[in-house]
Design a protein around this ligand. Structure first.
Ligand SMILES: [Zn+2]
Length: 315
């Protein structure tokens, strides 16, 4: 098996199969897989046929007009004698890990998390893994998030306090993934948030309840203290919103990187990542992405055969 880095993804040559996961563009001779519909993972979908989960297939079609095919959980695709299947990654709706098996069994996690959220269960734990190719965004030991239920409770109290004080509330999160978690969370509080078009499109796929900003009558509905779920790049329009709707706006980011916001991440933190590796019990670990070197060092210290994917690896 040959494994090499490929943008935010991984390229595997396994027996007769060349498997490109989250490639930034088409790779000669490869079968292309997309683990989830975040923009930095879907480059190949723009110019070649990709295979993904049914959920990501719908999101790709809806937000980008990209055509893709999909395999369902439990289905196996055979390419050049190698069996490929997809299992849930718990990162965002539709996110999957890619399992590649031709006698040696490798798993590419893609972005993943262990913790259950209001929409997603945590990542599935694959069995009998020889090579675990592990995404390590928050793989440094100081990356530790509070428990989600604790964060949800802080959010709930902060939102209620601001609405009681007659403020509007803005929660920032990416349009695909985080915004659906925020919308589902608000729906669970009995709140229907105001959202922009892209968020509304993906929310609709999941049957979530929102009000599209710009739709007929939205401004009248927003005269009462209201909650808005906006992508981070909308932060510049918040002062305009304050003027437009005539209320003070209280805003918070919702991200693993948030310093003054709610640390609500779609990724595993360091503790979850270690817990995942311990649950999988792989024979070898290859780390990729941010913090790949640091986590490989930690895992070696724990007795794992671990190395970062910064060059071609032959196993
Ligand atoms: Zn992602």
């Amino acid at each position: 098996m040959l494994i090499r880095p490929l943008g935010n993804g991984v390229l595997l040559d396994v027996g007769g199969a060349r498997v490109a996961v989250d490639a930034p563009g088409p790779v000669h001779g490869a079968t292309h897989f997309v683990t989830h519909a975040h923009t930095d993972h879907i480059g190949a979908a723009k110019s070649t046929q990709v295979i993904t989960s049914p959920g990501s297939h719908e999101i790709l079609k809806t937000v980008g007009g990209y055509s893709s095919t999909y395999i369902r959980e439990g289905e196996v695709l055979t390419v050049g004698g190698t069996e490929i299947s997809l299992i849930p990654a718990g990162h965002i709706p539709g996110s999957v890990q890619v399992v590649v098996d031709n006698g040696v069994r490798a798993v590419v996690t893609g972005d993943f998390k262990m913790e259950r959220d209001v929409i997603e269960a945590g990542a599935d734990i694959p069995e009998d893994v020889d090579v675990l190719i592990l995404e390590t965004t928050f793989g440094a030991p100081h990356h530790r998030f509070p428990e989600r239920l604790v964060t949800y409770e802080s959010m709930r109290r902060w939102i209620r306090a601001n609405l009681d004080a007659s403020n509007h509330v803005v929660l920032y999160g990416y349009a695909v993934g985080k915004s659906q978690e925020l919308t589902a969370f608000l729906n669970s509080m009995g709140i229907t948030p105001f959202v922009p078009f892209r968020t509304h499109q993906v929310n609709a796929l999941l049957g979530l309840s929102d009000v599209l900003i710009g739709s007929e009558g939205w401004r009248e509905r927003a005269t009462e203290p209201s909650v808005f779920v906006l992508p981070p790049n909308f932060s510049k329009i918040v002062s305009a919103l304050e003027l437009e709707l005539g209320r003070k706006v209280a805003s918070r980011s919702c991200s693993g990187w948030a310093k003054n916001g709610f640390r609500l991440s779609s990724h595993a933190d360091f503790v979850q990542t270690i817990r995942y590796v311990d649950a999988v019990e792989p024979k070898a670990v290859i780390t990729y992405g941010r913090n790949a070197h640091r986590l490989a060092t930690v895992l070696r210290g724990m007795g794992y055969d671990a190395q970062p994917l910064d060059r071609l690896i032959l196993l």
